[in-house]
Design a protein around this ligand. Structure first.
Ligand code: PHE
Length: 491
């Protein structure tokens, strides 16, 4: 999710540029391999035994504390690094985008365990930002998390100052809903370009240097809607240390660079559709994109880019002018520039028409053999659609008014309850055999004040038909774990 934070925007948004989601403005838009892990599985808000330490990839040992909420299932996926796997659709998507930024330095092997300082503080996230909570973020200990976005490496990369432009592609981790476009691990690409005031010759101003670079970006003929002003004093302010003309030039460079990426992606997607004998999404209409104002704690002004795709506006990326504080703290106060972040799964899903995000984790040859970096992009052909089976589970939370509300003392009350804990238990028990989990009913008992919730779980394997027995057993374990870990009372 893209953690949109400002007062007005947040009320409705906890949204993500990182997973496939259709935007409808006006309505709330919400985002075992090589190592040994000595940890017990537990979820965020549940008391339990905390392992003393976890070891990731043989030699990286982290002391844990009461903040630890990362299950072994997540830790065990760290070595997969789908963005580096030859011929994997995530890797091919990365390479396609990288090819549009020829002189940018690519960082593709940055380690996913970062400090809270890197992930949040260095970027100006307020202390009470929702993204910091243990319901949203995987912690190893109070100061250490699995990065929730590639922006966690911004400050360090600016500090290293190795290139004017850079791209970072990496696996990122977030506790989130379960459905066909959300998975707790996904991949992002971050990009940034900066200019150094100090290295300009005396006769060139910064804005002239930037405009000269804008002229080098390939032209396109797509229909771009950009209705808002580049900055707005309240909604999308200029930073004090930047002039309006400088920001105009940098924003033009940013927008043109990213429009070029979008053209490359959507042309490839259209060619794939035509090759598959499909009518492209809009045969008579050219590609349409639009820029909309956004908010991130670490850029100002900020924007999102949306693309009109299959009859709706699809949010593709977030970006903005890097906050000068970040540059100053990184020891490069004279540099200024832009940054963007995009979700690779979302783009790969529309490039290849991949219907379910879990497929990216499949090791089934029927999936993997369909992709090649040497061949043009082709639509994914589903190898089979195995049957789905849904089952409901209903339970009571503790009453918020009585001490125990008839439930055990450690039962969760509605204030402590977080849906992501239910999601994590489902993932933990069912792995990739769960397709989605959705709240289908809730009510408060008029007399006892106790709240009841009903979740519908869809079970489906992407690779085979599940037997009835198997689904029943999974569901029974899911129910029992809800009781054991959340202390709820099954109905
Ligand atoms: N890190 C942001 C996210 O995950 C995206 C972003 C990157 C926005 C860089 C602006 C600049 O949602």
């Amino acid at each position: 999710m893209m953690w949109i934070a400002p007062a007005a925007a947040v009320a409705s948004c906890r949204l993500s540029c990182t997973s496939l989601r259709i935007i409808s403005r006006g309505s709330p838009t919400p985002w075992p391999w090589l190592f040994s892990v000595r940890c017990v599985r537990r979820v965020s808000s549940i008391p339990g035994t905390t392992p003393k330490e976890v070891t990731i990839e043989k030699d990286k040992v982290y002391k844990t504390d009461e903040w630890m909420n990362t299950p072994s299932t997540i830790l065990s996926a760290i070595p997969r690094r789908l963005h580096l796997q030859q011929d994997h659709p995530i890797a091919i998507t990365r390479q396609l985008i990288e090819s549009r930024f020829p002189n940018y330095k690519c960082h593709n092997t940055l380690f996913p365990v970062v400090t809270v300082e890197q992930n949040f503080d260095s970027l100006g996230f307020p202390a009470d930002h929702i993204g910091r909570s243990r319901t949203d973020t995987y912690y190893l200990n109070k100061d250490t998390v699995l990065r929730t976005h590639t922006s966690a490496h911004q400050a360090d990369t600016f500090r290293a100052n190795e290139s004017a432009g850079y791209l970072i592609s990496a696996d990122v981790y977030r506790r989130d809903a379960i459905d066909r476009s959300h998975y707790p691990i996904f991949h992002q690409m971050e990009g940034a370009m900066t200019w150094d005031r100090d290295s300009l010759d005396a006769s060139t101003s910064l804005k002239q240097a930037v405009w000269a670079d804008v002229a080098k970006i390939p032209a396109h003929s797509i229909d771009v809607e950009d209705a808002s002003p580049t900055s707005h004093p309240e909604r999308n302010p200029l930073q004090e240390c930047h002039s309006a003309e400088e920001v105009e030039a940098i924003a033009a460079h940013l927008k043109r660079s990213l429009e070029d990426v979008v053209v490359a992606i959507f042309n490839a997607a259209s060619r794939a559709a035509v090759a598959a004998g499909e009518t492209p999404a809009s045969p008579d209409e050219p590609l349409k994109v639009r820029w909309v104002e956004a908010y991130f704690p670490f850029t100002s002004p900020s924007w999102e880019l949306e693309v009109f795709w299959q009859d709706d506006w699809l949010e593709v990326l977030g970006c903005g002018i890097v906050k000068q504080d970040i540059m100053s703290h990184a020891g490069v106060p004279n540099r200024l520039g832009w940054a963007f972040g995009l979700g690779l799964e979302r783009i790969a899903m529309l490039l290849y028409s991949i219907p379910d995000i879990r497929l990216f984790w499949s090791t089934d040859a029927r999936f993997l053999s369909q992709f090649s970096s040497a061949a043009p992009i082709r639509r994914f052909v589903p190898f089979s659609k195995y049957p789905t089976c849904f089952k409901d589970v209903s339970f009571w939370l503790r009453s918020s008014s009585s001490a125990a509300g008839g439930l055990s003392r450690n039962a969760l009350s509605p204030v402590d309850f977080h849906e992501n804990d239910v999601m994590e238990i489902a993932r933990d028990v069912c792995g990739d055999l769960v397709e989605d989990v959705r709240l289908v009913d809730e009510f408060v008992h008029p007399k006892t004040g106790r709240k009841s919730l009903c979740y519908r779980t869809n079970y489906r394997s992407l690779e085979r038909t599940l037997t009835n027995d198997e689904t029943n057993q999974l569901h029974e374990r899911f129910r029992q774990q809800l009781v054991e870990k959340l202390g709820v009372e099954l109905r």
